[in-house]
Design a protein around this ligand. Structure first.
Ligand code: AMP
Ligand code: FE
Ligand code: FE
Ligand code: ZN
Length: 274
């Protein structure tokens, strides 16, 4: 079984519509695929319908933005009820603040790299969740950078003077809200140091206490030493180790199926579904 539990569509910062991502997943030879757009469930229905047509097993997911003090984190949620009030309220607040935050970043960036808020809106298109990748696309279209990654290495980086934070729930609150919604929480790329700060093992220990189910160990942003450290944490807490692509379409080098989750790990996540 080829299982990939982390992908993005145009509902957030991916470049393909939900149905398109499912078609690409089938072409990549996947048997099981999760759609995990940032802070939104708006792609689920379209993806589920297309996956059914293709004979692909679809897992509804979300990548919930969260934080531990000033460190930004991503928590994957599998099979949460889409109408669960607490989780829905958290995500709505995040999505709303992400727009204000993107406006503030564009205002700062525009002082040095001419770009308009309308450009960003155009690149966000029908997205439910606006993010830095949409600002990146606008800057690329203006000729300031050759591709998204170059914009991220420069003006969009979390350590850049143009960076602005957005609201996100404390990560413990996010884990509890996901469990309360019947979802299964898995910490996305917990050791991805290239994105900014990461949390120490003690935070993962604390999250295991409040219901964290697993860690996304096999991810392209983790080197071998990081994977070994994360595997030790998984063992210590009897958690589940997953592997995923974090596919964003043409916007990032990540390819569907480049990292996979084992059948045993997937079955354990399924068993924990509320
Ligand atoms: P935001 O959620 O608005 O803070 O933006 C973070 C998102 O930007 C992540 O979810 C990634 O998908 C994307 N991202 C981060 N680094 C890069 C990069 N180097 N190239 C392209 N996309 C990136
Ligand atoms: Fe993303
Ligand atoms: Fe992420
Ligand atoms: Zn992601």
């Amino acid at each position: 079984m080829r299982i990939d539990l982390h992908t993005h569509s145009t509902v957030s910062d991916g470049h393909g519509a939900p149905a398109q991502v499912m078609r690409e997943a089938a072409e990549a030879g996947l048997d099981v695929v999760a759609l995990t757009d940032h802070d939104s469930v708006d792609g689920w229905d379209e993806a589920a319908a297309e996956a059914a047509r293709l004979g692909l097993r679809f897992v509804p997911g979300i990548e919930v933005s969260a934080k531990d003090r000033w460190v930004s984190l991503h928590m994957l949620a599998y099979w949460p009820r889409m109408d669960a009030p607490e989780l829905a309220a958290i995500m709505e607040r995040t999505r709303r603040d992400r727009v204000e935050r993107a406006r503030a970043m564009v205002e700062r960036i525009a002082a040095d790299f001419p770009v308009e808020w309308e450009d960003v809106l155009e690149h966000a298109g029908s997205a439910s969740t606006v993010g830095r990748p949409h600002i990146a696309d606008a800057l690329v279209a203006r000729g300031h950078f050759p591709h998204r990654s170059a914009a991220f290495d420069d003006v969009l980086h979390s350590r850049s003077p143009y960076f602005v934070h957005h609201y996100a729930p404390d990560v413990r609150e996010a884990v509890r809200a996901i469990r309360a919604a019947g979802g299964v929480p898995v910490f996305a790329h917990p050791g991805a140091e290239g994105r900014g700060r990461v949390v120490p093992d003690s935070v993962i220990d604390a999250l295991a206490e409040v219901g964290l189910a697993g860690l996304e160990v096999d991810h392209r942003d983790h080197d071998e030493a990081t994977r070994a450290r994360l595997r030790a944490l998984v063992e210590r807490h009897g958690m589940v180790a997953t592997g995923s692509s974090d596919y964003h379409g043409t916007g990032k080098p990540n390819r569907l199926g480049e990292n996979l989750t084992t059948t045993e790990a997937f079955e354990e996540l399924e068993r924990q579904r509320g």
